[in-house]
Design a protein around this ligand. Structure first.
Ligand SMILES: [Zn+2]
Length: 210
């Protein structure tokens, strides 16, 4: 998941960027170690922990390495790959931890198509089909023509056939059923997604399941 809106990395970007030279010239070559799972190692998801070990985000390995090189975060777990440059050989992290505690606001994320699809995990909330983003649309549970708002609680991921079938009807009128009640995408939702991803990564598990 791209946890963008509250991505601590975003605000950290200013942190060490005055000199500008720190994270540069790093991504030269990656050699596979024993952690190869077919995924591009520099794009592999890295779990980001707060200084308190609380899981707060997921970022790409490339970003995680920059945070470590800037001294903003430290590696807690490695993913078995190495990153080589002229000057250094670096182990690619699987879990990093911020050195300074960041207050993570418990407010919800920005309402956007991308975040709705992320919340619903690209699953049509009527028929349950899992589809690429391009093949999904957003459905107003209570149609706009009937006063429905564009809100977290009234927007769901929907495939085109279901969207057509529902038309301007309420869910019950269309004889359809929602897989689950749409809710705002908050930290709880984010953690749920982290856990889903973390199931396939043993190194994440101890930070996510407690
Ligand atoms: Zn559908």
């Amino acid at each position: 998941m791209s946890a963008q809106e509250h991505n601590p990395g975003h605000s950290l970007r200013h942190h060490g960027s005055h000199s500008g030279g720190n994270g540069q010239g790093v991504a030269v070559q990656v050699s596979p170690g024993n952690g190869g799972n077919g995924m591009q190692p520099m794009h592999a998801p890295v779990l980001v922990l707060n200084a308190s070990y609380e899981p707060i985000n997921i970022c790409a390995a490339r970003r995680a390495i920059v945070l470590v090189l800037k001294g903003v975060a430290m590696t807690e777990e490695e993913n078995g790959h190495f990153l080589h440059s002229a000057r250094i050989a670096l182990r690619v992290p699987s879990v990093i931890r911020l050195l300074e505690y960041r207050r993570i606001p418990h407010q919800t994320r920005a309402l956007s198509r991308k975040n709705i699809l992320l919340r619903d995990r690209n699953t049509c909330q009527y028929c349950g089909d899992v589809l690429p983003s391009a093949e999904l649309t957003l459905d107003h549970v209570v149609p706009r023509s009937r006063g429905g708002l564009s809100s977290w609680e009234n927007l769901v991921a929907c495939c085109h056939p279901c969207n057509r079938q529902k038309g301007n009807q309420l869910v019950q009128e269309a004889g359809m059923k929602l897989l689950r009640e749409p809710r705002a995408f908050n930290l709880h939702t984010s953690r749920h997604i982290m856990r889903l991803i973390g199931r396939s990564d043993a190194k994440w598990r101890k930070y996510l399941f407690y």
